[in-house]
Structures are given as C-alpha cells and as structure tokens.
Design a protein around this ligand. Structure first.
Ligand code: MN
Length: 236
C-alpha cells in the first residue's frame, strides 16, 4: 500500500478519556438534539407537541470538542454566550434503522457535556431560516467529560441533571423529563444515518439556559455519569 503524502499534517484524531481504561474513545461525529425538554422548548418560544413532532438535530464538527476542566476563550462574534447542560450518549456499535429494543447494544457509555452556544447568532439564524452553524458549530463549543462505560447503568431513563455558574444553580431537571428518551433518539437518528462507533449524541438541555462571561466557572452534574466543568477566559 502506498503511503499518502500530504501537503500538511492531517488533523489529529479527536478523542476522550474512558473511565477505568488507558484506551481513549476516538470521536467520529457529534450529533446534538434540539428542544428535548418541554420547559426548555417553551423558554425558547418553540413548544413541542410530541404527538405531531419528531426530534431534530444539528451537528458540531469533531474538532469543536474540548475536554471538561478546560478554560476556553470567550468566543468571537457573540455577546450572548450560553451554557446548555446535556447528557451525552457515546456510540460503541454500528446501527442503521434500529428498533428501540436494539438501542442498548449500540451504547458504549455516557458523558456529561456542555453544548456551548452563541445564542445571539443562533437566534438570528433560526428566525431567518438559516443554518445554525455560526451559533452552534464553533471552536471549543462541545465540552465533554470522560466516557463512563454503560456497565450497570443500562439505558438511562432517570437521574438528576443540573448546572451551576460560580456555584449558583441555573439548570436542574431529571433525565426522565427528556421528550424523546435514549432508545427513541437512537431509533430515530438511525433512520437518517449509519451510526458508528465514536459517534456522540448530545441529548438536549433542560430549561434555565443563560449567558456566561469572562471569569465565570461552569460546573454540571449527571447522576451516575459525572461532573463537567468549564472556565471562561478572556476574549481573543
Ligand atoms: Mn443543546
């Protein structure tokens, strides 16, 4: 086999630590679910009627990944930089057009994540019918803890999820409040994509999203999964 010669070094593989292992979880794609808690959908002015709606998704480039505990610069182009606390499902086995009953075999594990958002840019895009990329798919916007293997956790259906900024609680909810639960999401998303090991799915945020500024420290928790943290540095 001929070794390819590149003009420059190919980008590094994006990856996350795995709890209890020296092996790292190589990240393929990052899918994010929009409006998956009723109270958050309402606070965004777009309530969800599950009887007529289906989930919707956007993506973040794998290069946007940043490990929990980092300090990130206040991002360019925004004056309304928001946190969104989310359960992340890490895929470890391929699946296409899977049934809800088959969802568990695809789950490698879970993580606690932050879907950081340039809210001002997202809402302009949304209201003009434009893509959300400027608001969502920007550098260091996908924060994630180590991956916790599924083990005894099984398919998570309940558990506290909350977020604090500088120690003050901003978001608090339970995974049982997800509009579309994990099996429903995997069944639906796999109608559109061949899910493969390394895919991450950010499952949506509860109500209480808000802005952070330089110097703030975000901490978040999901029962049984872990704690995520992010510090906001100066603008570049
Ligand atoms: Mn989100």
């Amino acid at each position: 086999m001929t070794q390819a010669n590149y003009l420059w070094n190919p980008p590094a593989v994006n990856s996350l630590p795995v709890q209890g292992s020296d092996l790292r979880f190589a990240v393929n794609r990052i899918f994010c679910v929009g409006r998956n808690y009723h109270a958050h959908a309402i606070e965004m002015g777009r309530p969800v009627d599950k009887s007529t709606a289906r989930p919707f998704y956007f993506t973040k480039s794998p290069s946007t990944l940043v490990e929990s505990g980092a300090t990130v610069p206040y991002p360019a182009g925004t004056s309304n930089y928001h946190f969104e606390m989310e359960l992340v499902v890490a895929i470890g086995a391929s699946g296409f057009r899977v049934n809800e009953a088959d969802a568990q075999r695809m789950i490698y594990g879970y993580a606690a994540g932050l879907d950081m958002t340039r809210r001002d840019l997202q809402l302009v895009a949304r209201d003009q019918g434009r893509p959300w990329d400027l608001g969502k798919d920007f550098e260091k916007s996908a924060v994630c803890t180590e991956i916790v293997p599924i083990g005894h956790l099984g398919v998570l259906s309940t558990g506290a999820i909350y977020l604090q900024v500088n120690g003050e609680t901003k978001q608090t909810a339970d995974l049982g409040q997800l509009i579309w639960n994990i099996p429903e999401l995997l069944a639906d998303l796999s109608q559109f994509y061949h899910l493969v090991p390394g895919d991450l799915i950010y499952t949506g945020t509860p109500e209480g999203v808000g802005a952070v500024k330089t110097g703030d420290r975000i901490t978040g928790h999901i029962d049984g999964v872990g704690d995520v943290a992010l510090s906001i540095g100066a603008a570049e």
